[in-house]
Design a protein around this ligand. Structure first.
Ligand SMILES: C[S@@+](CC[C@H](N)C(=O)[O-])C[C@H]1O[C@@H](n2cnc3c(N)ncnc32)[C@H](O)[C@@H]1O
Length: 213
């Protein structure tokens, strides 16, 4: 009930992230390894030409419980990889990327996404990359970047940040929720009206569709 009432106020950020996910996953088929899968497969359905394997270090692991720093897979054994919202949480992002590249077949596709202007989340949340820093990281690992999608925009970021404070207040039944409601409604409206959504300076996340040479 409360969720249904809040839904109209949910930030566009989420829908735009879903769009970025779809753009970057287009054409993936065969064995798809989702590294740090969390509940990703609850949000997306995969075609019958995809064999999805969800790997995670936590008990969120759908199929394989393992550490992304040392994947229990042979070299060049998977057709596609997902690494969405994971690099900021690991001890050694370079090692995780090297492992992702190692298990991917030559010509295989990858979808790698990192947050930028997002609040600290989870117990281990260590790093943020700018778009240029993210691109440099992918280049350093010899990934070919086929697409780079920026999610964000000033009002979208504002709306997203107010949303989290507002939702937190609602959950705690704090009177602050009522005080924030007009600001939330206004920021939602501005985010909906804003035309230039994608902007690297005010990005919430960067999404790359990559290929192994
Ligand atoms: C923010 S969640 C993202 C989940 C999912 N990819 C998505 O986009 O919804 C980060 C996930 O990475 C996992 N993770 C963190 N460190 C990991 C590691 N070293 N090896 C494997 N998974 C890891 C966490 O357990 C968590 O499920």
């Amino acid at each position: 009930m409360r969720r249904a009432l809040l839904r109209p106020l949910e930030p566009r950020q989420y829908r735009r992230s879903d769009e970025a996910n779809s753009i970057c996953m287009a054409g993936m088929r065969g064995l798809l390894l989702d590294i740090g899968c969390g509940f990703f497969s609850d949000k997306f359905t995969f075609g019958s030409d995809v064999t999805y394997v969800g790997l995670d270090i936590s008990n969120r692991a759908r199929d394989v419980r393992a550490d992304a720093h040392s994947l229990p897979l042979a070299d060049s054994s998977v057709d596609s990889i997902l690494l969405v919202g994971v690099l900021e949480h690991v001890d050694e992002p370079d090692r995780v990327l090297a492992e992702a590249l190692r298990v991917l077949k030559p010509g295989g596709l990858g979808y790698i996404a990192v947050p930028f202007l997002q609040m600290e989340h989870a117990d281990q949340d260590y790093v943020r990359w700018t778009r240029q820093g993210f691109q440099r990281l992918l280049d350093a690992h010899d990934f070919i970047t086929e697409r780079m999608v920026t999610n964000g925009g000033f009002f979208l970021v504002l709306d997203y940040l107010i949303w989290h404070r507002f939702r937190d207040a609602v959950r705690r039944r704090s009177p602050l929720a009522l005080a924030l409601l007009p600001a939330k409604a206004l920021s939602r409206l501005l985010a909906a009206l804003a035309r230039s959504a994608a902007c690297n300076q005010y990005a919430t996340s960067f999404h790359a569709r990559v290929r192994k040479p």
